[in-house]
Design a protein. Sequence first.
Length: 276
Amino acid sequence: MFWSIRSTCQQGLTLGLVALMPLFSYAACSRAILVPVASTGQSVIIEGDTIKGIYPDLLRSVSDKEGCTFNFTAVPRARLEVLFETGRADVLIPASKTPKRDTHGVFVPLIQNRAMLISLQSNRAPIGSAQELLEQSNLRVALVRGFDYGPAYQELVAALERQGRLILQVDGLSVARLLKAGTVDATIMAPSIVTGAMQDDDRVRDLITSLRFESLRELPWGASGAYISNRSLSAEDKAALQVTLERAARSGVVWKGFQQYYPPAILQGSIRPLSP
């Protein structure tokens, strides 16, 4: 089974982060940093009142050395955007870099990723572009409300909606369930998100080995990381967080976290470390 060793991975990631503590600077924050999060594969895992995963683990592990406290709350993905845009969230993580988000915060890249067309294995002809997907008018597509992979992604979302082929869901697990039921034929997101959701649910875990991943020309590699709010934070706190996250990215700890939580087959072609 792909991820029966998740608890071991979490322990390994924690140890790796502790070992890297000397890399982080001492830059105390003036108040608790508000970080609302939504379930996002193994990047953010929400189990009842427990919030964990690659990014919560990272922030908690550096908090003592940094003198910053991070307060996590679980909210729907679409609400994350509203909270960040209105200055009620200090950090938006994980997040892809987009022009819209750039107007509300400073982006710190932590990893490279790309959204892909994800479906179940079939004899269907390959799809390599947004136009080819739009021409396959029989394919129904489910997406996560609030996800944003840039202008080309938003244009594709709008086109699918005009065609009446789009179903929006609250998270990757909801999309996985629709794929399992045959209600939809495909989704578009980073593969680590949907497979990370599948691994934690017995009802859809068996789909992992049956997935088909196709890159779309209009959705190239891009940066994923964190946005630091322009509205809610003082200049000092904003600078402290930016230094903290930039050093985390340079240390390679985020990439190591993905390697520990996911098998190589899922990361290949969709997640990679930042270029040196």
